[in-house]
Write a protein that binds this ligand. Structure first.
Ligand SMILES: Nc1ncnc2c1ncn2[C@@H]1O[C@H](COP(=O)(O)OP(=O)(O)OP(=O)(O)O)[C@@H](O)[C@H]1O
Ligand SMILES: [Mg+2]
Length: 221
């Protein structure tokens, strides 16, 4: 479903990624690790084509970075759920409104929106916080809402950038359990993290970025 083919990228000619090759298959669970500044977030942005490679190409479900038109990007992004480390929820809107918003902008009928909002809130165990505002929720709860928002449109791939970055270990594992459950229903999942406890606890494929290259890594269990 996703292919990086000889991808190089640098900000202002300063090279970050150099000739990267990897693929992700339907339904896979993959950790993307590497030290701070190695390029994890950059890889995620290349996937949803917020950034385009300076060399090589990224292809996601038939959308190729060399040929995709700006106008088509919203269609590509409908198929990818994005979870940001800092949640990015709209503070002035309730949980339910934060979730509805995603579907309103693509003109999903109102009753279907209501059903989907309830479904995803059930999925992350927060149906009872439907009418709360983000500020009234804990960090872990906000992250669950961010997950609910990422999956509400049935993406085939979810990318998560440090989804447990600001959370305590126990909450991190709960969030990971939720992500794992979503993955087990068939959604491919790419998780960028430097939380090695998480990577150790959940056996999955690991891609490591080192010196601008990606390598297949294995952790001692
Ligand atoms: N918009 C930008 N302009 C210039 N340089 C940038 C920009 N964004 C990131 N960089 C640089 O690119 C490199 C890779 O950044 P990136 O955010 O991908 O790293 P990361 O692996 O996600 O790090 P972290 O674990 O700290 O989140 C870093 O050296 C960073 O300073
Ligand atoms: Mg990052």
């Amino acid at each position: 479903m996703l292919e990086f083919n000889n991808v190089s990228f640098g900000y202002d000619k300063h090279p970050i990624l150099n000739d990267i090759n990897f693929t992700i298959k339907n339904g896979e669970l993959v950790f993307l690790i590497g030290k701070s500044g190695s390029g994890k977030s950059t890889i995620l942005k290349l996937i949803y084509m917020d950034l385009l490679p300076s060399n090589g190409f990224v292809e996601f479900e038939g959308y190729n970075s060399e040929s995709v038109k700006e106008k088509m990007l919203h269609l590509l992004r409908r198929k990818i759920g994005i979870i940001f480390q800092e949640f990015r929820l709209l503070k002035q809107r309730t949980v339910s409104e934060n979730l509805s918003f995603v579907l309103e902008v693509i003109n999903v009928p109102r009753n279907e929106i209501r059903r989907k909002v309830n479904d995803v809130l059930g999925e992350v165990g927060l149906l009872h916080r439907k009418n709360s505002y983000p500020d009234e929720l804990s960090g872990g709860e906000q992250q669950r809402i961010a997950i609910a928002r990422a999956i509400i449109n049935n993406p085939t791939l979810v990318v998560a950038d440090e989804p447990t970055g600001n959370l305590d270990p126990e909450t991190s594992f709960e969030i990971m359990d939720t992500l794992k459950r979503i993955n087990s229903k068939g959604t491919a999942l790419l998780i960028a993290t430097h939380n090695y406890d998480l990577v150790k606890k959940y056996p999955a494929r690991i891609i490591k970025i080192e010196n601008g290259k990606t390598i297949n890594a294995h952790l001692k269990q």
